[in-house]
Write a protein that binds this ligand. Structure first.
Ligand SMILES: [Zn+2]
Length: 213
């Protein structure tokens, strides 16, 4: 279950059970990068490319999912309407942070990230927890016919990116009871979240992070 902690960061109570894990979804009320000396990010390009952080910090090239299993490593994605997804391998203590907008979702980036964790760390889908953070909701995400067609809709339509990512996680074998969704709309909740669709070029970015102590 998602809740907002006293530092104004959203967390998932089920993930709080792991003492080795660091995780959170930032709001516009919390400056995340200042909390971590070691933070790895990517130049995000709306792709399905996955990059292994391997204990490094800073901007580690281009891509939209960062994997990590090094103690001390924290990986993050930046969003403003796109969907942030955090993966946690409970058995191997490995994690991933994913940026899933419509392009990444259509390219099935969460599945690609699970596969990349399997190849690199030996992750099994049944050991994963997945947290789908705040992003633009179906309420506000009306798209044109070209984008709608990517999600099996005709004409202009409202797209539910959280549901699409949830389905992909289930399809690759993540246990439904271990998938947590905030269902918080970044466009509706202006006091808490940045939204590109609402604020255009003036929009800031939310940091969603996951790491290993
Ligand atoms: Zn909304």
């Amino acid at each position: 279950m998602f809740y907002r902690d006293p530092e104004q960061i959203y967390r998932v109570s089920e993930l709080d059970a792991f003492p080795w894990l660091i995780h959170g979804f930032g709001t516009r009320l919390a400056d995340i990068p200042a909390q971590f000396a070691q933070l790895a990010t990517l130049k995000q390009i709306h792709s399905s490319s996955c990059v292994a952080a391997e204990g490094r910090s800073g901007i580690l090239g281009e891509g939209d999912a960062l994997l990590e299993n090094s103690p001390g490593g924290v990986v993050a994605v930046k969003t403003a309407d796109c969907i942030p997804v955090l993966l946690v391998d409970e058995r191997l203590r490995a994690v991933a942070a994913i940026h899933a907008g419509w392009r990444g979702t259509a390219a099935r980036i969460v599945e690609r990230a699970v596969e990349a964790m399997r190849e690199r760390f030996g992750t099994r889908a049944e050991d994963l927890h997945a947290a789908i953070g705040p992003g633009i909701g179906k309420c506000c995400y009306e798209v044109g016919p070209e984008v709608a067609a990517q999600f099996g809709e005709q004409g202009r339509a409202h797209i539910d990116l959280t549901a699409a990512n949830w389905r992909q996680l289930e399809e690759i074998g993540v246990t439904p009871s271990r998938i947590y969704a905030s269902n918080l709309c970044t466009m509706c909740r202006a006091e808490e979240f940045h939204s590109f669709r609402r604020d255009h070029e003036a929009a800031g970015r939310l940091h969603s992070f996951v790491g290993i102590r």
